[in-house]
Design a protein around this ligand. Structure first.
Ligand code: AMP
Ligand code: MG
Length: 316
């Protein structure tokens, strides 16, 4: 048997066939999109030309998803839906848009409305206030608030049709789109045969199999006592979100980019939340919801233990 194996190897070498396959090489690429920078890291036996092609295919895919989800691009599918789905009119949407909206709806149900993609009229109002450095008056806040509510967005799973029950509703996927897209990119890479990969959408990270010889990808998370803690992760998602640098000051008060759908107002304290979950979509959405709910509100939801949360709250 032993002699036979040696003989086979000698025959393969004599025929010019290589015995060992090429080593797995580490590749890293980045691409700005969705208001952040997507970072792609993967290990593959591809040569650098093939790896570059793989990365540019992934980035093209991200660009096409941005054309659907953006609330900044007037012609995005999301904004067209908001323009068309008025007066109870049903609108058929693409598979990615339907999927992200139905997942968002699940997060709204499970978070008791703390996570809400119908928050658009309020994010627009507070964005405008930030740009003009002018506090919106209470009537404007109330009017925008009336157009917000996850129960006003109806999704028909059979027909993939969407209905919005109140005029002037606006959707904002900013609390979930990066995590959802990172997960899809990881799937995209898997289909191309690349499983040892990480997709980082500016802090919303989708993680595949571990790097060669490692037990996981080393990911840092902030820790109030130790500064940072390193987790070795594989096949999951992690998000660290925080408004440390993302606030607007109006009339001496600092406002976060996260809005509490119950009050219609942005949070006025700083929250740093890290969530580790089954995938990046869940991590992204729960980090936003937990920021609204605070630690005690989050604990009351009694979610499955597969969602791990670290949260610190402090004044801005
Ligand atoms: P993140 O950085 O993932 O926490 O998402 C914050 C972004 O999500 C904001 O910039 C808004 O676009 C949007 N957003 C704000 N408040 C909420 C909320 N309560 N639920 C869902 N999305 C929100
Ligand atoms: Mg989020």
């Amino acid at each position: 048997m032993y002699r036979w194996v040696i003989l086979m190897l000698l025959v393969r070498v004599a025929n010019g066939q290589s015995v060992a396959s090429p080593p797995e090489l580490r590749y890293e690429f980045s691409h700005p999109q969705m208001g952040t920078v997507f970072r792609l890291v993967f290990y593959s036996r591809q040569d650098s030309v093939e790896a570059n092609k793989t990365a540019s295919d992934v980035f093209q895919y991200i660009d096409s998803l941005n054309a659907i989800f953006s609330d900044w691009l007037p012609e995005s599918e999301l904004n067209q839906l908001c323009a068309m789905a008025v007066n109870g009119r049903e609108v058929t949407v693409s598979a990615p848009l339907f999927d992200i909206l139905s997942k968002s709806n699940d997060f709204s149900v499970r978070s008791g409305g703390a996570f809400d993609v119908t928050i658009g009229p309020l994010t627009r109002l507070w964005r405008r206030a930030r740009n003009l450095h002018e506090m919106p008056d209470s009537l404007r806040i109330q009017m925008a608030h009336e157009k917000v509510g996850w129960k006003l967005l109806k999704l028909d799973k059979k027909t993939k049709k969407v209905t919005m029950l109140r005029t002037g509703m606006q959707l904002d996927l900013g609390g979930i789109a990066q995590g959802w897209t990172a997960d899809r990119c990881l799937e995209f890479l898997k289909k191309a045969g690349i499983r040892r990969a990480l997709v980082d959408a500016g802090g919303d990270i989708a993680i595949g199999d571990a790097p060669p010889g490692e037990k996981g990808w080393a990911i840092e998370r902030p820790d109030c006592k130790k500064g940072t803690i390193i987790h070795h992760l594989r096949n999951c998602g992690i998000t660290t979100s925080g408004a440390r640098y993302r606030y607007t000051e109006l009339e001496g008060v600092r406002y976060s980019h996260i809005i509490d759908p119950r009050s219609g107002k942005p949070l006025t304290h700083q929250v740093e939340a890290t969530v580790i979950a089954k995938n990046a979509t869940m991590a992204d959405a729960w980090a936003t919801a937990a920021s609204v709910l605070g630690k005690s509100g989050f604990v009351k939801l009694r979610l499955k233990p597969d969602i791990r949360l670290w949260l610190t709250e402090s004044p801005f």
